[in-house]
Design a protein. Sequence first.
Length: 279
Amino acid sequence: MTAYLRPRSLAEAVAARAAEPGYLVLAGGTDLMVNANHRPAPAGLIDLWRLPGAGEISLDAERGQLAIGAGATWLQVQRHPLVVRHAAILAAAAREIGALQIQARGTIGGNVANSSPVGDSLPVLLALEAELELCSVRGTRRLPYREFCTGYRTTALGADELVSAVLVPVAAPAVRLFWRKVGTRRAQSISKVMAAAAIHLEDGVVRRATVAFGAVADRPVRLAGVEAAVVGLAPAQAAEAARAAVAGAIAPISDVRSTSDYRLQVAENLAARMFSELS
Ligand SMILES: Cc1cc2nc3c(=O)[nH]c(=O)nc-3n(C[C@H](O)[C@H](O)[C@H](O)COP(=O)(O)OP(=O)(O)OC[C@H]3O[C@@H](n4cnc5c(N)ncnc54)[C@H](O)[C@@H]3O)c2cc1C
């Protein structure tokens, strides 16, 4: 029989995690329950759903960061005025995750910890240069999201740790944000390719860009070659430079959802569009 723990505070949750590292952490369950169909029953569950305070969203003005509790659902993320104002592409991605039922139940912490290459929030977190707050009985640490995914569905999360928050720097006014998800249809589809970018445009030229893609590798990726190719260029030239730089930067696979060629072509188009739409 599967044991069931329902902590009433983050302190209780990390204590349970330390005491029972073999138990599965359950948040909204929208990934976990799908996997449950083809995996042996776990020894126990640590249920974080509605853990007090776990879904809070606030602004840390001193650090210039939004703090989004790992338990925040996609509905909360997409509707929260602070997210809409300071991290609009995260709100946009949240609106495209599954359907309403999934958005009401699935959490940002679950998307991050599940670490699927098609997790829609993940390229957004890369492009926004987000950090994670990771908690255990040993204390709390911050880790740049960029260092969290270590491979195909593997992460730097310790066996006794929980994701407690996602910390998103507030974008400066000169920074323009881009997000596109491409799937088989406009809504309720698993991504074939998704792209996110934060582009600092000043005096009509790109000063800096962070460019991230999902579903084109074993994990979400920043494309350093594209980022370097566009610096100092006006949007129209940056669009062509970005398109040209994509081919050397990714080698997507073919799978049930798409072919490698299609993914590459879509990625090139999206890279161009993130700059051409600036003008
Ligand atoms: C029909 C359907 C459609 C979907 N559509 C999309 C989509 O369009 N885009 C997309 O990105 N995803 C989609 N998903 C996947 C899923 O909804 C999201 O990944 C969601 O964000 C998962 O959150 P959750 O709270 O339900 O996670 P859970 O299922 O509860 O957990 C997922 C994993 O994360 C771990 N975990 C959860 N919270 C924590 C924490 N705080 N600390 C440490 N580990 C933790 C769990 O142990 C588990 O391994 C879909 C799923 C379904 C069933």
